[in-house]
Design a protein around this ligand. Sequence first.
Ligand code: UDP
Ligand code: MG
Length: 152
Amino acid sequence: MSTERTLVLVKPDGVQRGLVAEVIGRFERRGLHLVAMRMLLMDRSLAERHYAEHVGKPFFEGLVAFITSAPVVAMVWEAPGAVALVRSVMGATDPKNSAPGTIRGDLAVSIGANVVHGSDSPGRAVEEISLFFEPGALVEWTSAAQDWVVSS
Ligand code: UDP
Ligand code: MG
């Protein structure tokens, strides 16, 4: 499986509830590599580009109001198959379906305030990363730290 990068946001509720370290810790312990991170207050323009697929849906205005209401922590995580891996660690969008053991399954009861965002496809990951980070803001891990290669 090829190495991928994906965008993760700790949403305003996660920041306000003191869950930034919890979210980072779950991805670190799973074994992904953190390659970029910044804290910011998203504005409407960025929210519309980030959530472009949801423009016009009934929940869109509430989603924009929520994501711009307080700072988020934006991160880029790297691993083989990182996009799907992050989605599985996050859990399902709707808390009724998010399994215990996932971030949302353990920490969220609301479909709106659900702690984290993760890109939903490799193509969107590339686009979303570019919304939050200049290319030079992403670090390279040293070869000594590459622990994904299993010899068999
Ligand atoms: N959302 C919402 N109501 C809905 C569907 C989605 O408030 O009925 C919010 C929710 O915060 C979700 C975000 O919109 O995380 C983006 O929706 P998406 O379907 O892309 O879910 P995600 O990719 O975050 O799991
Ligand atoms: Mg989504």
